[in-house]
Write a protein that binds this ligand. Structure first.
Ligand SMILES: NC(=O)C1=CN([C@@H]2O[C@H](COP(=O)(O)OP(=O)(O)OC[C@H]3O[C@@H](n4cnc5c(N)ncnc54)[C@H](O)[C@@H]3O)[C@@H](O)[C@H]2O)[C@@H](O)CC1
Ligand SMILES: [K+]
Length: 516
């Protein structure tokens, strides 16, 4: 699903209104109705439920009046609080406010101080709160006089449903510069706004619902944004189909080159993830000293020993053998647990320059390329880099704060500079293609910030490429599925004890639903 900025969404609204003749009132009516549908699902029976609507002066507030009307019609007891003077309300919002008042319903203006106490009282008794203070028109920090309103809503302990965007959050940046509504659910219209899926926004957005408000599909499909939110639907579109009569040769061959003395686990995890992803054949090459361990740990994956140096890491003399094996493989996964020394670094560098097989380069495979990033664009086959912010910092020379403050720009910029696919890991993993396409991932949880989960991701992406997904789609799908596996593991066993190997256990169930 495309991610849009407030400006892009506004242009689409205008197009629907001006080019297609859909009155703005209809869009607002649909928006309100969709919110009521979600609320209805949350409260079961709307009859008799107490709902507080806090509305702002713009069209987001207008949506709030529509919500209030439909909830009232379905038997809820609705109180509307307006964070503006009535005279400030214009256009469609004004029409909906008028309708509400002609229905004999009150509006309490929060610009009068005593109504703040009334709001607090109403919130105490409420079953649910609707936040319609600000939507895509909001930028910067909440003004001083609105702070107590937001604080009252956040402090009341009731479920808050945010209309389009939690008020206080910027639609384009996902940034919050002052107090902001903590929503349990955010119902956003037509397409997800970029800021809603960025990591800073997560705690405010709660569960994100994307609802249709009847903007013609030709308009939303014509959005120019090359940023996408990864969804089930996208992954399903990319999914490699398994024909009847298929054999293991149809699902690709993965070569994993990974591990060193003390880090056999990384190699094993990456190889198992490739196998669990559905790849036909997975072969793991490790330094000879840990070969017996790898072989003992793995059942389905084939293993072979390679020359090592006195530190127990790959020796550069392993080059020919790896090259030969890579030629008969569909993808090379290189890097997990390699260790970083000059000998191994030389091997990685030579391999990248010589192979014609697509490659996923991870972990120490990336660390040994620090200072040599100009070589990335010389790699002949598609290259997928999977740095976490620390590795990205070393590769770019920017500190991690700079990387984290500009995750989208960094990923997109370096994917273009290095002519590669860049997977910038961390909350809200960003996948960037060299052509400017960006995918943002919303699955996963903090429990996954533990050793070995990155190795699983590298193997998973490799396995998907082997099965015929394009490297860019495999990187995005891999991040998404990896997060789903982490979420399933966390649901079952909690976050604290979550191990990378738990993700492997969850993968078959996660993948199952895409096979249908
Ligand atoms: N036709 C349309 O454009 C539609 C718009 N819809 C709703 O309209 C919303 C956008 O409406 P608007 O553009 O009127 O904007 P908002 O309703 O988001 O209102 C923002 C208002 O707050 C002001 N503001 C901006 N930054 C502020 C700050 N830091 N502190 C205080 N005030 C600030 C703005 O000047 C504006 O008056 C969407 O989010 C959506 O909810 C929906 O009704 C669907 C159709
Ligand atoms: K809102």
């Amino acid at each position: 699903m495309r991610l849009v900025t407030a400006g892009e969404m506004g242009a689409m609204d205008r197009k629907a209104i001006e080019d297609y003749g859909i009155p703005g009132m209809i869009l607002m009516e649909n928006a309100g109705l969709r919110v009521v549908e979600v609320i209805s699902g949350l409260l079961n029976d709307l009859n008799g439920k107490k709902v507080v609507v806090v509305a702002g002066k713009g069209n987001n507030g207008g949506d709030g009046f529509v919500v209030a009307r439909h909830l009232h019609n379905r038997g809820s007891e609705v109180q509307v609080f307006l964070a503006a003077e009535q005279e400030q309300i214009k256009g469609d919002a004004q029409i909906n406010l008028n309708i509400w008042q002609r229905m004999g319903q009150k509006v309490y203006s929060l610009t009068k101080n005593n109504n703040l106490n009334l709001l607090r009282l109403a919130l105490m008794n409420a079953d649910l709160v609707v936040d319609a203070l600000y939507g895509t028109g909001f930028k910067g920090a909440i003004r001083e006089h609105m702070v107590p309103v937001i604080e009252a809503v956040n402090g009341c302990g009731k479920a808050v449903v945010a209309v389009d965007i939690p008020s206080g959050l910027e639609a384009d940046t996902g940034r919050v510069y002052g107090p902001c509504i903590y929503a349990a659910h955010t119902i956003t219209f037509a397409l997800p706004k970029l800021g809603l899926v960025l990591p800073d926004a997560r705690e405010f957005v709660g569960q994100l619902h994307i609802v249709d408000i009847s903007i013609p599909s030709a308009v939303t499909a014509g959005a120019e944004s090359q940023r996408f939110y990864i969804t089930d639907r996208l992954v399903r579109d990319w999914w490699p189909r398994r024909r009847g009569g298929a054999h293991k040769g149809n699902f690709g061959r993965v070569l994993v080159i990974a591990g060193s003395r003390g880090m056999s686990g990384a190699a094993v995890l990456a190889a198992q993830a490739a196998a669990r992803s559905g790849a036909g054949l997975v072969t793991l090459g490790v330094p000879a000293g840990i070969h017996d361990i790898a072989e003992a740990k793995l059942t389905e994956v084939m293993t072979f020993p390679l020359p090592e140096n006195e530190r127990g890491t790959f020796s550069c003399s392993a080059l020919d053998e790896i090259q030969k094996r890579a030629r008969s493989s569909d993808i090379l996964v290189l890097g997990p647990g390699l260790g970083a020394n000059n000998d191994t670094a030389a091997l990685v560098k030579e391999l990248l320059l010589k192979i014609n097989t697509p490659c996923v380069l991870d972990a120490d495979g990336l660390n040994v390329m620090v200072g040599k990033t100009e070589l990335f664009k010389l790699v002949k086959a598609p290259l997928v880099l999977t740095p976490h912010p620390g590795e990205m910092s070393r590769l770019t020379g920017n500190n991690t704060r700079q990387i984290q403050d500009a995750r989208l720009e960094t990923a997109a910029g370096k994917a273009a500079d290095w002519q590669c696919i860049l997977v910038l890991k961390g909350a809200g993993t960003v996948v960037a293609g060299p052509d400017g396409t960006l995918f943002i991932n919303g699955t996963g949880n903090p429990g996954m910030a533990s050793g070995g989960t990155g190795d699983v991701l590298a193997g998973l992406i490799g396995g998907l490429i082997a099965q015929g997904m394009t490297p860019l789609h495999a990187a995005a799908a891999g991040a998404y599925l990896h997060g789903l596996a982490g979420d399933a593991a966390a649901t079952e066993r909690g976050m604290a004890g979550l191990l990378a190997s738990d993700l492997l256990e969850q993968l078959p169930d996660v993948l199952k639903k895409f096979e249908l």
